[in-house]
Design a protein around this ligand. Structure first.
Ligand code: 1HN
Length: 332
């Protein structure tokens, strides 16, 4: 094939590139993920969390957080292409000072209770299995007023905010109960249609207690593959909890493999209860409570529970992909 060498050189002098020699690498026939599924077992995480708790004092750290950094994205602390997950621990009597950032975040409590997150002045209890939202630019601080350590999963849209060059951060002195800042949250988030699930509205705009999720799951009948799934929804418009973060609770039937699918969205799965196995792409991941694993975009996924009570918390970028008209899901 003619490589038009002279022309290509002349174009380069003027900061121009030909499209014709790179068309199929710029536009691949289908997504070509650079990451692969990885997992963090609770067994391996626990001693490191314990060490961080002992060795890192809150005066030295804005937050005592361990970032779940996928090596595919090194040196960036990204867990999937659009999502960052992390673990945060707060000892009794400790607090994490108020701040706000454009990066949207949520917390899923993995161990303990008796902590509180204030979101725009509104207290949200943190007990095991609860989900708490800190939307973009909302003030948030955490305090552990209980008598045991509290550990939670932090989920953020950090990679996306970096890609979009939209990171802002602001600090504020701790004021106990912060004034409630009312923020209008509008927007027309369309619901994906290809999912059999029901929606769970929050008890407050920022807090989804474990019991309300369990009740919603109990009410559902099983899908053909034995699973039940609820989507945590934003009460205001029924869409994903946040424009960039979209969460699901998936309850599995013991010894039944779920229907395989792959999606342009990615997910971080936190094992809320039970044990089982997930196949993500070529990787088989055996999991139990508090293990965490990734489902990179465009990887085939199935789950299979070994126990009756198995449940996954899934944080995804599905609502974002849907809003962008980039969401595609294939089923086996
Ligand atoms: C952050 O601000 C929090 O506010 C938690 O609790 C985890 C991970 C990366 C960047 C900022 C928090 C974070 C974070």
């Amino acid at each position: 094939m003619n490589e038009y060498t002279d022309l290509v050189d002349a174009l380069a002098q003027s900061n121009l590139l030909p499209l014709w020699d790179r068309y199929m690498t710029l536009l691949t026939r289908e997504p070509n993920p650079s990451d692969w599924p990885i997992n963090w077992s609770w067994e391996a995480l626990q001693p490191l969390i314990a060490r961080a708790t002992e060795e890192v004092c809150m005066a030295d750290a804005e937050r005592r957080v361990l970032l779940l950094a996928h090596p595919a994205f090194s040196p960036h602390p990204y867990t999937t292409s659009n999502l960052t997950g992390a673990l945060q621990v707060l000892q009794p009597g400790e607090h994490a000072e108020p701040h706000r950032h454009t990066v949207a975040a949520l917390r899923f409590v993995m161990e303990g209770d008796g902590a509180t997150t204030w979101v725009d002045g509104q207290p949200c209890e943190m007990a095991e299995g609860d989900l708490i939202l800190t939307p973009s630019w909302s003030w948030h601080e955490h305090a552990n007023e209980g008598d045991r350590r509290v550990i939670w999963f932090d989920g953020l849209d950090l990679p996306l905010a970096h890609h979009l060059r939209s990171v802002f951060l602001e600090f504020r002195q701790r004021s106990g109960a912060l004034e409630r800042a009312t923020k209008e949250r509008t927007g027309d988030q369309r619901q994906p249609t290809s999912l059999t699930s029901v929606d769970v509205p929050a008890s407050t705009p920022f807090h989804y207690p474990r019991a309300s999720i369990a009740a919603a799951l109990d009410e559902l009948s099983r899908r053909a593959d034995g699973s039940r799934e609820v989507r945590y929804t934003n009460g205001a418009n029924g869409g994903p909890v946040l424009p960039t973060l979209d969460c699901y609770a998936l309850r599995l039937q013991s010894q039944v493999t779920t229907r395989a699918y792959r999606s342009t969205s990615s997910a971080i799965a936190v094992v809320a209860q039970g044990c089982g196995t997930s196949c993500v792409g070529d990787k088989t991941i055996n999991w139990k409570k508090n293990d965490i694993f990734t489902i990179p975009h465009w990887h085939w996924v199935t789950h299979r529970a070994e126990t009756d009570d198995a449940q996954l918390f899934l944080m995804t970028d599905r609502g974002l992909l849907d809003a962008m008209e980039y969401l595609r899901i294939e089923y086996e």
